[in-house]
Write a protein that binds this ligand. Sequence first.
Ligand code: BEZ
Ligand code: FE
Length: 278
Amino acid sequence: MVAARNKNAESERLKEVMEVITRKLHEAVKEIEPTQQEWFEAIMFLTKIGHMCDDWRQEFILLSDVLGVSMLVDAVNSRRPSGASENTVLGPFHVGDAPEYAMGHNICLDQKGEDMVVRGRVTDVDGNALEGVKIDVWQANDEGFYDVQQKGIQPDFNLRGVFRTGPDGRYWFRAVRPKHYSIPDDGPVGDLLNRLGRHPFRPAHLHYIVSKDGYDVLTTHIFDPEDKYLHSDSVFGVKEGLIAEFNCIDDPASSEQVGFDGPYWDVEFDFVLAPKEV
Ligand code: BEZ
Ligand code: FE
């Protein structure tokens, strides 16, 4: 047996991981009974995934995403106390050096799209406001592209920014209503989805990383409830508790107060951080 050969593995964990993976893989081969040609195709599929990877593109993570594995790994690693906000996938479009802005700043740098205010409060699980929370947000534009996918078309750092809560735990910023978009589907993962009769779209969302020392980092999204892909996200990232409300505010006094000329979308979403497990 293969497992017996691994008895001198450098760690118990490696031995256990390889034992399970080998056993499950053997089970799959016995059940599927692939032809030599099919097994070769499987090897070539993984080879193409590797060739597609570079500093900007991680096709293996994309494969893990569309197989629902990324969400499963997240689920087994973020068992949170009840009431704490839920995690979802990070995705490939986060950048580490987005500018930090004062509350209320408009992160849409090219004025394209439907105006939106996003606001809320960050608390601990007992409802106490948290001060000094770093709120790192990023989103696609109203055509469904991130700035990093449209260098030279969108301004750098369009629709991304960092905000820090004050003593009341509140945050607010201005942006534009995001659109659904396709995950990168010009590689082997896109081919696979196509051959499986699956679409590559993600429902419209905003990404957040909400963090403060002493608390679990919250990597999450908020979703547009009206998006047609809400119940068929290609990467299985939607959770009921992350669906926001988008309310249209058609009131000149309110628009003036937030610095817009006309109607806008108002999205209120609170976050609850869980204490860091020691
Ligand atoms: C995203 O939401 O940015 C994303 C997540 C997983 C795969 C591709 C994109
Ligand atoms: Fe996204």
